[in-house]
Design a protein around this ligand. Structure first.
Ligand SMILES: CC(C)(COP(=O)(O)OP(=O)(O)OC[C@H]1O[C@@H](n2cnc3c(N)ncnc32)[C@H](O)[C@@H]1OP(=O)(O)O)[C@@H](O)C(=O)NCCC(=O)NCCS
Length: 247
């Protein structure tokens, strides 16, 4: 077995089952707060109807690093490492979302005022940070991942099934099988400018930042930075136009 394979096996098998669960869900959060979070998730996390929405709106804010007024938590929302998550006023997390700020020494996740996170969308860190500006809207089934720094400025619209990746690159020069590599690398932080529109199913890869007011066509795979006001489409994405509004 290679050195890194041994490392991975040891990581997975060491400690108790509770220790593994705690590391996955809460990191260094104190035991009292873990018990409180577990009670809330178990008793009201899956509660349907207005009663569920009301109770989660009143009680879930106690879990977070900070939480603004009138935040809506849908049914079966999964929150991991809540003490590293800051939610602005009027944020909506729809049913079945996951927000996970996992990491040993990261700052975590910030969702600005009125950020909308559609059904089944997953926003998660592996020791990276994610900052989403105000009024950004994610439709259903998006994935937002960071093992580095992912920043979205305000007022963007993200259609369904979009994938945003900051990090997540395996080392192609390393002979170790990808599943056994210690982690992934990154080309640099991912930044999405203000007022962008990302079409359905677009994929924005590590290091491929977008300038302000960009439009990314449905199904595009963006692997290079796109300048402000550009309309980029295709695989790999190419700029086909500049927005008239910019002229
Ligand atoms: C990119 C988009 C906004 C169109 O912009 P547009 O300025 O009207 O562009 P056009 O339709 O004139 O297309 C320009 C060129 O790009 C091509 N193109 C447009 N959208 C494309 C796409 N998604 N993938 C590949 N090529 C595309 C067109 O075929 C055209 O090519 P041509 O010049 O060789 O004929 C639109 O096609 C799109 O993808 N919208 C996203 C819709 C969506 O996901 N909505 C979800 C709800 S939020």
């Amino acid at each position: 077995m290679t050195e890194s394979a041994e490392f991975k096996v040891k990581e997975i098998t060491k400690g108790s089952a509770f220790g593994a669960y705690r590391a996955l869900m809460y990191g260094d959060l104190g035991l009292g707060k873990i018990v409180w979070a577990e009670l809330l998730f178990t008793l009201i996390g899956g509660l349907g109807g207005a009663a569920g929405l009301f109770l989660r709106m009143k009680l879930y804010p106690t879990l977070f690093k900070t939480c603004g007024r009138k935040v809506v938590f849908g049914k079966n929302v999964t929150i991991r490492h809540p003490h590293k998550i800051a939610l602005g006023a009027g944020v909506v997390l729809d049913d079945n979302c996951v927000v996970d700020a996992k990491g040993a020494d990261n700052r975590g996740i910030v969702l600005g005022d009125r950020v909308y996170v559609g059904r089944n969308t997953i926003i998660y860190c592996k020791n990276g940070d994610i900052e989403i500006g105000e009024n950004v809207s994610f439709s259903a089934n998006c994935i937002v991942f960071s093992s580095n720094q992912l920043t979205m400025k305000k007022n963007s619209v993200v259609a369904a099934f979009v994938y945003l990746l900051s990090g997540g690159e395996y080392d192609l020069a390393d002979a170790t099988p990808f599943a056994l590599q210690k982690g992934t690398c990154t080309k640099g932080p991912l930044e999405i400018g203000e007022g962008c529109w990302l079409g359905a199913g677009a994929k924005i890869l590590d290091g491929a930042s977008l300038g302000d007011r960009c439009v990314i066509g449905a199904g595009a795979v963006v692997n290079q930075p796109v300048p402000a006001d550009a309309i980029a489409v295709g695989v790999p994405a190419r700029v086909v136009k500049t927005r008239k509004a910019a002229e």
